[in-house]
Design a protein around this ligand. Structure first.
Ligand SMILES: NC(=O)c1ccc[n+]([C@@H]2O[C@H](COP(=O)([O-])OP(=O)(O)OC[C@H]3O[C@@H](n4cnc5c(N)ncnc54)[C@H](OP(=O)(O)O)[C@@H]3O)[C@@H](O)[C@H]2O)c1
Length: 325
């Protein structure tokens, strides 16, 4: 039976104000799909990249942002095995999550263990699995290695800080302002640089004069070239975002300053491997259940998506924000 969902959608790219409430028909799930009644929806920078038009829309007529959510299966399409109505589940996949219900291919969905709340799951499917590939796949961190991680008090940052501590790493983080620095220090970071106050290159070099094995940079335009200067010889720069804007002035020859390595990974190239998704989600849920990762969650109604976008882009958030339909 076709049901009705409500969603936050845009018909043109632009600022947060382009997001409007719409009603949406949700048909029965097709073959290989499940229908999920959402309970919590994670907000991520990628939602802003799509909304603003930085990333092209899959359908130029309309965008429903949202790339991670949790909920309860309300219907199952033909050929789906291992999932049934009533199961508590979560997923990460670009777009269409800012809705009270949706259909999605079962291959993207994982079951939630008892003890993982809908809010926690919707906070970590995208951000926590990102932390996982950053620390174990894009670069395989070893205990004691020197790490610099930008935007340490953000959604990915607070999860990554705790995961690095669990791996025996004492990371240095950067954040804008003393409150964010204090928060990051209580989420696994051993040292913090307030790049609102300090020149982060000078501070990073003072803390680790020999240079870092790896720098994780999701800020892009404002930091990338300086991040390279923080590396030791043969160090690795992992650029995984552009919160300050796209990098336009990088040249391949910049890597010659230290025989550096550079990678620009994307989560969905890891989660498209079902085995990786299951293993990484098990690991992440395990770390939350045994208390080594705490999730910092702020909740807001789904209808307030525009305000939440403005806060995220305005650097006024810490940790994860979830929208509740
Ligand atoms: N490639 C991937 O697979 C992947 C997956 C997930 C996330 N990401 C990227 O990871 C980053 C973090 O995502 P998130 O959702 O967890 O966001 P977030 O870190 O919670 O928020 C972004 C933070 O970036 C910092 N920032 C620095 N300059 C900024 C500017 N000019 N405008 C806005 N923010 C600025 C701000 O922290 P301070 O005030 O402390 O500087 C801000 O809070 C994003 O760039 C996102 O695109 C990439």
């Amino acid at each position: 039976m076709t049901g009705v969902s409500y969603a936050m959608a845009a018909t043109k790219s632009g600022g947060p104000e382009v997001l409007e409430r719409i009603e949406l028909a949700v048909p029965p799930p097709g073959p290989g799909e499940v229908q999920i009644a959402h309970r919590a929806i994670g907000v991520n920078f990628i939602d802003c990249y799509f909304r603003s038009g930085l990333y092209p829309w899959p359908d130029p007529r309309r965008l429903i942002p949202g790339a991670e959510a949790s909920g309860v299966i309300s219907a199952v399409g033909a050929g789906v095995t291992g999932l049934k109505s009533g199961d508590r589940v979560a997923y990460t996949l670009p777009n269409n999550a800012y809705a009270s219900a949706r259909n999605i291919a079962a291959a993207h969905v994982v079951k939630l263990p008892d003890g993982i709340s809908f809010e926690a799951a919707a906070s970590v499917m995208l951000k926590g699995l990102t932390a996982r590939y950053l620390l174990k796949d894009s670069y395989e961190l070893q205990p004691g290695q020197k790490v610099l991680f930008h935007a340490a008090a953000g959604g990915v940052g607070l999860l990554a800080g705790q995961w690095m501590k669990a791996l025996g790493v004492a990371p240095v983080g950067t954040a804008g302002g003393p409150e964010k620095c204090t928060l990051a220090l209580s989420h696994g970071f051993a040292e913090m640089i307030d790049y609102g106050q300090d020149d982060f290159l000078e501070a990073a070099r003072r803390l680790v004069p020999e240079g870092y094995h790896v720098v994780y940079d999701s800020i892009g335009k404002d930091t990338l070239l300086t991040s390279l200067k923080c590396l030791r010889l043969h160090g690795t720069l992992v650029n995984f975002g552009q919160s300050s804007g796209a990098v336009t002035d990088f040249r391949v020859s910049d890597l010659a300053a230290g025989s550096f390595h550079l990678t620009r990974p994307v989560l969905f190239h890891f989660t498209s491997d079902r085995k990786w998704l299951e293993r990484a989600a098990d690991e992440l849920f395990g770390l939350i259940l045994d208390g080594r990762i705490r999730v910092q969650i702020h909740s807001a109604p789904l209808s307030s998506a525009a305000t939440v976008h403005a806060d995220l882009e305005g650097r006024r958030t810490t940790g994860s924000t979830v929208l509740i339909p």
